[in-house]
Design a protein around this ligand. Structure first.
Ligand code: PEP
Ligand code: MG
Length: 556
């Protein structure tokens, strides 16, 4: 039977495919006793599961090649460690189930490793992954992590963290549905980066049965379970119509009366460049460099590796503007070697620029790599720091850039309300501002961006957020400097007009949103955008702000 569920649409388009769940951490199997006559069968099950997991890890290694292959092969060997197997069989012989025996044997081995010096302690996470795989196979539940599927699927998860998704094969993911998350969560950002439809904050998403056919409409937030042939055809036709209308809009971003608003792309690395160029991005407004650091959570990437990645991006926009954000680690993007493990409130702790000021060598390497990557290229390089709180932060960052000999514009992201409130003071130290509206909303409304239950407060249409945008844009104008938006607010076609009316000077977003925003801006004059912005700011809720702007722009 066809059922319709409703969440928050965060990435346009329609995806139709089968549900595959992101496997979650394996629960502890119950410690129940088995009769002695079952022991042999249980031992056989355990041996088979171990062999299957080892074979799967080896096969994945062969496919991946390079460093990943070495890690996966080491994991395959861990799975087949003879001493571990003896321990598993011994535990089964005295009454454990196969899954419980594996769980307990690995726990004992884990303790040995954890206490055996830094190198071996670093392998604990790999060991846990092997254990989870074997236990999942024995319990018949999905493997932890990205689904093992050769067929395209709709990925369903509670929420997605950048580390979870590093291994996603974009050719297999038709769309995303998550139970948690809001419009600014990483699931939403990743979906836009991949250009796949996505719906977040969908109640009951985790309970959708594996393999159910669903249709996801990322524009309306609707998810149809077991859609009829008629519904599928209707959704596909509407989506094709929207795509055709968009293909007609090309060229630089501008309002109907020619006020230019450069449309830039948010990227996570060289792999996103092609889509940005194809969408007609006029440059990069946010290069989230932390994705380079996620491959190895224990060490920073070498200067050479960074130079190569930065250069690939810079070369793609020969005369364009490329805004690189230095590493934004911590909170929802923790890195083992940088992020304190024991913070009670990581989002309010040492993250973003604070982390880098505590680890100056990491910042220095990154800035030096950027300086070297840009050498001899005509690109307009701009470098900005995340989570700048005040003038002292801005000064410390600008000094680090100067010390590294970086020939670029230095800027500050406005993600903390204090930076917006005192934007003129921050601008004494840097040459531009870039509004990170995702975190700015999180900190303005005290609403964790990863928690679906508070997604109402992460709505970038909230008038209080618009006030902070206006304050920042006015300060930049008074100082003769620029103020862009690189948070997800920029990707909402209607809000993009309001932001333009508030005085922001560029808009940066996932490549897939650029055509939608370009087409929307081109329909209105700057004066109309300004009137829509004033109407939105005069409202008392996000909903009313959106309706007020819509009314102005549709001439009601
Ligand atoms: C933001 O916070 O708006 C932003 C652009 O940074 P990120 O989403 O990477 O935290
Ligand atoms: Mg941010």
């Amino acid at each position: 039977m066809e059922t319709t569920l409703r969440g928050v649409g965060v990435s346009h388009g329609v995806a139709i495919g089968e549900v595959r769940h992101m496997g979650t951490a394996v629960l502890e199997p119950p410690a129940k006793q088995i009769p002695a006559e079952d022991a042999e069968r249980e031992q056989g099950r355990a041996r088979k599961a171990v062999e299957a997991v080892a074979a799967d890890l080896t096969a994945r290694g062969n496919l991946a090649g390079g460093e990943a292959q070495a890690v996966l092969e080491a994991q395959a060997m861990m799975a087949q460690d003879p001493e571990l197997l003896v321990d598993v069989e011994r535990r089964i012989a005295v009454g454990s189930t196969a899954e419980r025996a594996v769980y307990d044997a690995f726990a004992a081995y884990r303790e040995l490793l954890a206490n055996a010096g830094e190198y071996l302690a670093g392998r604990v996470a790999d060991l846990d992954d092997v254990r989870n795989r074997i236990v999942a196979r024995l319990l018949g539940v999905p493997m932890p992590g990205v689904p093992d599927s050769d067929e395209p699927y709709v990925l369903v998860a509670r929420d997605l963290a950048p580390a979870d998704t590093a291994l996603l094969d974009p050719t297999l993911v038709l769309g995303f549905v998550t139970e948690e998350g809001g419009p600014t969560s990483h699931s939403a950002i990743l979906a836009r980066a991949l250009g796949v439809p996505a719906v977040v904050a969908l109640p009951g998403a985790s309970e959708l049965a594996e393999g159910t056919l669903i249709a996801v409409d990322g524009s309306t937030g609707e998810v149809f379970l077991n859609p009829s042939e008629e519904k599928k055809a209707q959704l596909e036709a509407a989506s094709a119509e929207r795509r055709a209308a968009l293909a007609a809009s090309t060229g630089p971003g501008a309002t109907a009366d020619g006020h230019t608003v450069p449309l830039l792309a948010n990227i996570g690395g060289p792999a996103d460049v092609a889509a940005a160029v194809e969408a007609g991005a006029e440059g990069v407004g946010l290069f989230r460099t932390e994705f380079l650091f996620l491959d190895d959570s224990k060490n920073a990437p070498s200067e050479e590796k960074q130079i190569t990645a930065y250069r690939q991006v810079l070369e793609a926009f020969p005369e364009g503007r490329v805004v690189v954000r230095v590493l934004d680690a911590g909170a929802d993007k923790p890195l083992d070697f940088l992020t304190p493990a024991d913070e009670p409130n990581p989002a309010l702790g040492v993250r973003g620029l604070r982390t880098l000021l505590d680890h100056p060598a990491v910042l220095r390497t990154q800035l030096t790599a950027l300086a070297k990557a840009a050498e001899g290229l005509p690109v307009h390089l701009e470098v900005m720091a995340p989570m700048v709180a005040d003038r002292a932060d801005a000064r410390a960052f600008a000094e680090a850039c100067r010390e590294a000999g970086l020939r670029a514009k230095f800027g500050a992201m406005v993600e903390i309300p204090s930076a917006a409130l005192r934007a003129r003071s921050v601008l004494r130290e840097v040459e531009f501002l870039s509004l990170g509206t995702n975190d700015l909303a999180q900190y303005t409304f005290a609403a964790d961006r990863q928690v679906g239950a508070v997604s109402r407060l992460q709505d970038p249409w909230q008038p209080a957020l618009l006030d902070l945008v206006a304050l920042s844009a006015e300060a930049a104008k008074a100082e003769g400097k620029s103020c862009g938006v690189c948070g997800e607010a920029a990707s909402d076609p209607l809000l993009a007009c309001v932001l333009t009316g508030l005085g922001v000077t560029s808009l940066s977003m996932g490549a897939a949103s650029i055509p939608y925003v370009r087409a929307s801006l081109a329909k209105f004059t700057l004066a109309q955008c300004e009137r829509a912005a004033a109407a939105a700011r005069a409202a008392d809720s996000a909903e009313d702000a959106r309706a007020a702007a819509q009314a102005v722009l549709s001439g009601e």
